[in-house]
Design a protein around this ligand. Structure first.
Ligand code: DX5
Ligand code: ZN
Length: 219
């Protein structure tokens, strides 16, 4: 069972020429989880990386692989992601025709599941799937790129979700928030009810060790 709270550095902002080195540095700093942004060039405009990269990295790090699938038809990637070493698959509600079935298939494959919502997607899409998810990911930018600015309306949405989870018997469900998070706005996001902070540029830009230490102190 994964810890409810944590820092999830996003590999998208790491140095792609030195990924193994960056993962080792994160582990030495006390990070336990790595956020991997998989993009297919359809659900979002760009392509990032996929199973071959995960498989290579899996051999050189023991970080938990928290995979954020920004892809259409994520059901097609469940078996291959498991084989590549993924520990958790988070799929976008907007990218699934049959979200309930996809979440069940992720569990059946032996991984934890997550549901991601774009900034404009209402929380009511979660109403009938909470028992099949292990985390909810609220996007605080429109997905597809690192380095964007945090969308302020995400803060109220986090608080609303926290309330909804607490009142529906899902108080243990972690809320992960992704996009535009730095040491400057992290406290506010945690205060609103976030448990897991994803940060790409907020971790890797500037001094990574200082950034990670500051994040970990707050979480
Ligand atoms: C955006 C990705 C994020 C991205 C965050 O679509 O899901 O995980 O890497 O990058 P920053 O923290 O720079 O906004
Ligand atoms: Zn992400």
């Amino acid at each position: 069972m994964a810890a409810k709270k944590g820092l999830y550095p996003s590999l998208l902002s790491a140095d792609f020429a030195h990924l193994g080195r960056d993962c080792r540095s994160l582990e030495e700093l006390g990070v336990t989880d790595l956020h991997l942004d998989v993009m297919d060039g359809r659900f979002v405009p760009q392509v990032s990386f996929g199973e071959p990269l995960l498989g290579s990295l899996r051999k050189s790090t023991s970080l938990v692989f928290d995979v954020h699938l920004m892809v259409e038809h994520p059901e097609d990637r469940i078996a291959s992601m498991k084989a590549a070493g993924a520990d958790r698959l988070t799929v976008h509600a907007e990218g699934c025709y049959h979200l309930d079935r996809v979440l069940q298939a992720i569990h059946d494959a032996g991984m934890e599941s997550g549901v991601a919502l774009n900034p404009s997607t209402p929380l009511c899409v979660l109403d009938y799937i909470l028992d099949k998810a292990d985390q909810i990911l609220l996007m605080s930018v429109n997905p597809g790129y690192g380095g964007q600015s945090y969308i302020p309306s995400a803060t109220g949405k986090i608080a609303e979700l926290r309330k909804k989870l607490d009142e529906s018997g899902h108080a243990d469900m972690p809320i992960q928030v992704d996009g535009g998070i730095s040491v400057k706005n992290a406290a506010m996001i945690l205060e609103a009810g976030a448990d897991r902070l994803v940060a790409g540029s907020g971790v890797f830009n500037g001094n990574m060790a200082d950034n990670v230490k500051q994040f970990l102190q707050m979480i």
